[in-house]
Design a protein around this ligand. Structure first.
Ligand code: GLN
Length: 449
């Protein structure tokens, strides 16, 4: 069924970079045989799941939507993929994304843009736009995205689905192709918070092959979503963010409505502020490209992926392979990052950004000493038209106004569908919680839904 749904959606939405009906069917049959033999089955037995194409799979290509990795087949599975297989899920395919997860519209990849299933003239958001479109178009109930600076939450808001960025370290990054290693997290995307909880149960937990993995007990996230009773929960409203310039009235209305719903469920509503919010985007756009410039140095034409055919010495091979293999946005990030890290400039840019990151973290600590969760917008606007921002990087980066704080601070955050605009487009709201409090987000999110 999932394969038929993908085959009919793919020409319209291009949510997948790769799908394999025969393989999915074989996996499903193997699970059926296990069931018939009376063997115990995992919690996702037979459930079709799509995986963003930045996560390594040994039986399918992993391209990061880049010409650089066209046709690349990793020799191993990412930890999250191993865990999906152990839970008896059926991985049906890999989803489209911005190249190396850099972007906010799923337009920078080498294999065509993904279109928003709500309106194919609009972007699904990005960079996990394929993963959110795959769920929104009902080709799969669950998918895995990645979020370095909003890439699960922003496209979830644009596609009317639920997406959670876990605490930094909660989910192993082993087998996730690195973009910005101190910010990257893999997380679940589904229609509802409860379904996200089910997927998070499978992927969360300590794993020694990721040195930043947190060795902490994983609660049962599904049980956390069982109660609707928000009495005693302090919801901090990011009033400044909600009413900031450029925030679409439909987004403001969605947050205002959510405040009402949480109050009705018994929550205490408190206004709070994250005073360094205006520095989130500039800080992120120094740190993320700096880490990217270092991580992407491995694509040299020798170790991985694309090698230029047109070179007669080693240096030319490096240069031409990279010039041909990377797209414009990736090159922009590498140049920004290399500059920010270079001798003579690092103190002014990279080291300065690290200091500001400390202030941003302290803001979160102060806010969470007053409240249990933070409520605010995910994005300033609903989904915009394909092509509208692709030639204007600053406008594209400003889509990340409300999302990158959680990555810089390492805290978990969820994007929840919160109704439609007058024009019928989905709008999201965002909840954020202290580190390792995903259950709180899923509980409050499920209660809201
Ligand atoms: N828009 C952000 C960026 O382009 C999102 C990245 C992400 O979360 N992968 O860097």
């Amino acid at each position: 069924q999932a394969i038929a749904a993908i085959e009919s959606s793919q020409p319209q939405h291009n949510a997948y970079t790769h799908f394999d009906g025969d393989l999915a069917l074989a996996t499903a049959k193997a699970i059926d045989a296990k069931r018939a033999a009376g063997k115990p089955l995992g919690p996702l037995a037979g459930v079709p799941v799509a995986v963003k194409d930045v996560i390594c799979t040994s039986d399918m290509p992993t391209t990061c939507s880049s010409k650089m990795l066209r046709g690349f087949r990793p020799p191993y599975d990412a930890t999250v993929v191993e865990r999906l297989r152990a839970a008896d899920a059926v991985i049906v395919g890999k989803t489209n994304m911005d190249e190396f997860a850099m972007g906010g519209s799923t337009e920078t990849g080498a294999f065509g843009v993904t279109k928003n299933p709500w309106d194919v003239t609009l972007t699904p958001g990005g960079s996990s736009g394929g993963a959110t479109a795959a769920v929104a178009a009902q080709t799969v109930p669950l998918s895995l995205g990645t979020d370095t600076g909003g890439s699960i939450r922003q496209p979830s808001a644009f596609c009317g689905v639920t997406g959670l960025k876990p605490t930094y370290g909660r989910v192993s990054r082993y087998g996730l192709v690195a973009f910005a290693s101190s910010l990257d997290q893999i997380g679940p995307i589904a229609w509802s918070a409860k379904e996200c909880a089910l997927l998070l149960n499978t992927i969360a937990g300590y794993e020694q092959r990721d040195s930043t993995s947190l060795d902490r007990v994983v609660p049962d996230y599904v049980t956390a979503t069982d109660s609707n009773d928000l009495r005693g929960v302090r919801v901090g409203v990011l009033r400044e963010a909600m009413t900031a310039d450029g925030v679409d009235p439909a987004v403001q209305a969605a947050v205002a409505h959510a405040i009402g719903v949480f109050a009705e469920l018994g929550a205490e509503i408190v206004d709070v502020d994250l005073p360094h919010r205006e520095y989130w985007v500039p800080t992120y756009y120094v740190i993320a490209p700096s880490e990217a410039s270092s991580n992407l140095s491995r694509y040299d034409g020798a170790h991985y992926g694309h090698r230029s055919e047109d070179s007669d010495n080693l240096e030319a091979m490096y240069c031409k392979s990279r010039a041909e293999g990377f797209g414009a946005e990736v090159k922009r990030r590498i140049m920004i990052g290399t500059y920010a890290l270079s001798e003579g400039y690092a103190d002014q840019y990279y080291n300065q950004a690290l200091k500001v990151r400390g202030l941003i973290r302290a803001d979160y600590d102060a806010a969470f000493s007053q409240v249990d969760v933070l409520l605010g917008p995910v994005t300033p606007t609903p989904a915009f038209e394909l092509g509208a921002k692709i030639d204007d990087p600053i406008q594209m980066y400003l889509c990340d106004l409300f999302t990158v704080g959680a990555n810089l601070a390492g805290v978990p955050a969820i994007s929840l569908p919160a109704g439609l605009t007058d024009g019928g487009l989905p709008v999201g709201i965002q909840l954020q919680a202290p580190a390792l409090e995903e259950s709180r987000l899923l509980f409050a999110g499920a209660a809201y839904q």
